[in-house]
Design a protein around this ligand. Structure first.
Ligand SMILES: [Zn+2]
Length: 224
């Protein structure tokens, strides 16, 4: 409703600034993209971009089908290299026609839990609503087509939130705003899980009430 209006690059720049401020990523770790309406193309961050210093000219446009630079309208693609995780973004857009935004970050608490062999618990209605479920992708080398194809295969069933083991997370959404909310809620759920673990009370952490989950998975509209 009051999210950043207008150009998708402005929305992604807002995500980048916010996630760095929130500690979900350190400077230039992670990368962002959005599907351009009515085009077989995405805006994607340039290689090495600092996420809290993004502007329209720090994005480049590439085709989803083959990753080649492409013109948007009369605007030629900037002469900059896309992120080294471009294959990951492209594989997700190909596997999920419903996805219009991909956010890849390196959030510390989610990664700490993964390194400790713990999964992120979903305890609150917010976390259940935004995350639904969280899958863990076994480690593959960053930037490889192997990581891209395995992640896309695991997201193909509609899973929107994935932890890339010992590397980061990737969240998708039908809008930049929804992917942004999911990224924030994923790390918040990880933080809640970690605090229960640190307090020695993880086994006491209750799951989100069944009543809410049933409504969420049913046809009735649910709000949080
Ligand atoms: Zn990464």
């Amino acid at each position: 409703m009051n999210y950043v209006p207008g150009d998708l690059r402005d929305q992604l720049a807002h995500v980048g600034y916010d996630v760095v401020q929130a500690g979900l990523v350190c400077g230039s770790g992670g990368n962002l993209s959005a599907r351009i309406p009515d085009e077989d193309a995405i805006w994607v961050t340039a290689s090495g971009s600092w996420l809290d210093r993004l502007s329209r000219n720090t994005f480049t446009s590439v085709q989803i089908s083959d990753g080649a630079p492409t013109m948007i309208g009369t605007i030629p693609p900037p002469q900059i290299e896309p992120t080294s995780e471009l294959a990951l973004h492209l594989a997700l857009y190909r596997a999920r026609p419903d996805v219009n935004a991909v956010v890849h970050l390196h959030p510390q608490t989610a990664l700490l839990l993964d390194a400790l062999g713990e999964h992120i618990r979903i305890s609150t209605t917010d976390h259940a609503f935004y995350l639904r479920r969280v899958a863990t992708v076994p480690f593959r080398m960053p930037g490889t087509t192997e990581l891209a194809s395995l992640t896309a295969a695991m997201a193909a069933d509609g899973t929107d939130c994935l932890v890339l083991s010992q590397h980061g997370c990737v969240v998708v959404g039908d809008s930049v705003e929804l992917a942004h909310k999911r990224a924030r809620n994923l790390e918040e759920a990880a933080s809640l899980t970690y605090r229960a673990l640190a307090a020695g009370r993880l086994e006491n952490l209750r799951d989100c009430p069944e009543e809410f989950l049933d409504r969420l998975h049913g046809s009735t509209a649910v709000t949080v």
